[in-house]
Design a protein around this ligand. Structure first.
Ligand code: AMP
Length: 110
């Protein structure tokens, strides 16, 4: 998608350090963190949002939650508070599907 900021990050047209990268997704810190740890898990394929998820994304969604678990362990969040958030509709500001992993103390509501 030409004008999509997350597509530009994925294509490395906008420089960004990735915490993790696989064939299907990238993970990078949210630029405006809402919690002590605030990572975005972003599929490389341009999917506009939850409304565009179909059965063909079943494997991708499994991979996303497997990476969430890996990040939870790496960041020692198992016994701390953490949350995975996917915004949609007017609550979604970047129209490229992404999962927020929020860990530790919240700073604000997203
Ligand atoms: P949402 O409201 O769920 O669409 O969340 C979009 C998130 O993307 C917000 O938390 C923003 O702070 C974050 N964001 C926007 N641009 C960037 C960027 N260039 N790098 C990292 N995070 C970003």
């Amino acid at each position: 998608m030409d004008n999509c900021i997350f597509c530009k990050i994925i294509k490395k047209e906008i420089p960004k350090d990735f915490n993790y990268e696989s064939e299907n997704l990238v993970v990078f810190p949210d630029i405006n963190p809402s919690a002590d740890l605030h990572l975005l898990i972003v599929p490389k394929m341009h999917i506009g949002g939850i409304g565009e998820i179909g059965e063909e994304q079943t494997k991708l969604l499994g991979e996303i939650y497997a990476i969430v678990n890996k990040l939870v362990l790496e960041n020692k969040l198992t016994d701390d508070a953490y949350r995975v958030v996917v915004n949609g509709g007017k609550a979604q500001h970047v129209p490229h599907l992404h999962f927020h992993l929020l860990g530790g103390q919240w700073k604000k509501f997203i």
